[in-house]
Design a protein around this ligand. Structure first.
Ligand SMILES: Cc1ncc(COP(=O)(O)O)c(C=O)c1O
Length: 400
């Protein structure tokens, strides 16, 4: 029979983090204790002053459609934020608000890709990038960036990947799933490559910018390559910094022609982001920022804790990430070993399943474009990190 599902959907994979969450929920429902290291969102609540702003918005009747671009006040707050924190200058017509950063990335790809256009995506990558490119008719070009180069794209790799069909480079700093943070010099060098290739646009996803640790600093890629301002889209949002994942609020800033096209898609699809969320978003961006700093400090402690616990387990090697709230350890040292079930661990997917049998949920690196690794989120309490790593240690000791 004729399928109702469009053929272009055949390229789309279900989100592995959603699949992992479903597994965790099912196991917990059956009474099993599971430590959940799959979370892609802060475990903190939205700070009270932001929640209050949302409540006030409802009481003041901010319950109607807004401008599809986002309210003028929120866009003004975003412009100020980009200026103060990132050294970037935009006008109101160069900023658009959407239902999360993901929505803006998707819409930008929809608005810009011609069939067959290539999009360079350094691997390991956030799982949604390749699928969002494919569903919008583009071709993801995956460039493998191993641990030896800090999971970061080098200028030589970028140069080699560009063709006359390349439309975008998607750069995610700090990155999911590795926590890699590009330095100012690394960004300048990548910018110089793009400078030579005028058809290629830069999409910088900076959603984890506030979570950088130790000496690492977040630098906006466009600030290091201002000559790309006519072909760069800055992506950011409030989900991670302000623990507002469920409010669904993100934004893009870039050339007016692209912003206008993104807005056109919004007018014909979502209409606008939630008015209440936008109101609360102004408070998030313009109100006290101590909440962000406190959370970043907590993540740094958790990072230090999880990295040392994991590296103490034979067969696991974990780089210390400079940002975000994930580690991406290699489990190559466990491959070929036999689990208590009698099955041999051939891949990171087998390791993930074995860990689940020992009560720890995490996600295989294969889903993020790099086999032999696991993605472990440390957006969870230190107690959970200690218990989860103890269970990983037990699982590894049970191997033969
Ligand atoms: C790299 C990256 N970009 C974007 C997003 C989506 O953020 P939002 O909640 O604003 O859609 C995520 C969420 O996991 C992410 O990891």
């Amino acid at each position: 029979m004729d399928s109702i599902v469009a053929s272009r959907f055949s390229v789309i994979k279900p989100s592995p983090s959603m699949a992992a969450k479903a597994r965790v929920d099912a196991l917990r429902a059956s009474g099993k204790s599971i430590i959940d290291f799959t979370l892609g969102e802060p475990d903190f609540d939205t700070p009270p002053h932001i929640v209050q702003a949302g409540i006030k918005a409802l009481q003041l009747g901010q319950t109607r459609y807004t401008s599809s671009m986002g309210t003028p006040s929120l866009r003004a707050a975003i412009i100020q934020k980009l200026k103060n924190e990132n050294g970037l200058t935009f006008t109101p017509n160069e900023v658009v608000v959407g239902v999360g950063a993901k929505h803006i990335i998707f819409t930008a790809l929809m608005a810009s890709l011609e069939p067959g256009d290539e999009v360079i995506i350094p691997a390991p990558y956030w799982v949604s990038y390749p699928d969002m490119v494919s569903i919008n008719g583009g071709t993801p070009v995956i460039v493998y960036c191993p641990a030896a180069s800090g999971f970061k794209l080098t200028p030589a790799q970028l140069e080699a990947a560009v063709t006359d069909k390349t439309r975008w480079l998607i750069l995610n700093t700090p990155g999911n799933p590795t926590g890699a943070v590009y330095s100012a010099d690394e960004l300048s060098a990548l910018g110089e490559v793009l400078r030579r290739h005028e058809r290629v646009w830069l999409m910088s996803d900076e959603i984890y910018e506030h979570f950088v640790y130790g000496a690492a600093r977040h630098v906006a890629p466009l600030a290091m390559a201002p000559y790309l301002s006519g072909r760069a889209l800055v992506i950011n949002g409030l989900s991670k910094a302000y623990a507002m994942t469920g409010w669904r609020l993100g934004y893009g800033a870039g050339p007016e022609s692209l912003i206008k096209a993104i807005n056109l898609v919004i007018t014909q699809s979502t209409t606008c982001a939630s008015a209440v969320s936008q109101f609360a978003g102004i408070e998030a961006l313009t109100g006290p920022q101590a909440c962000v700093e406190d959370v970043a400090r907590a993540y740094q402690q958790r990072r230090d804790c999880i990295v040392s616990l994991l590296n103490a387990i034979p067969g696991i090697e974990c780089l210390c990430p400079d940002g975000a709230f994930y580690v991406f350890p290699s489990v190559a040292g466990l491959l070929g070993k036999r689990a208590a079930t009698g099955e041999t661990l051939h891949s990171d997917i087998d390791v993930m399943n074995d860990m689940l049998d020992h009560g720890v949920a995490l996600i295989d690196g294969t889903s993020y474009g790099m086999a032999g690794h696991l993605r472990i989120s440390f957006a969870t309490s230190t107690d959970m990190i200690e218990e989860g790593c103890a269970r990983i240690g037990q699982a590894v000791r049970a191997l033969s």
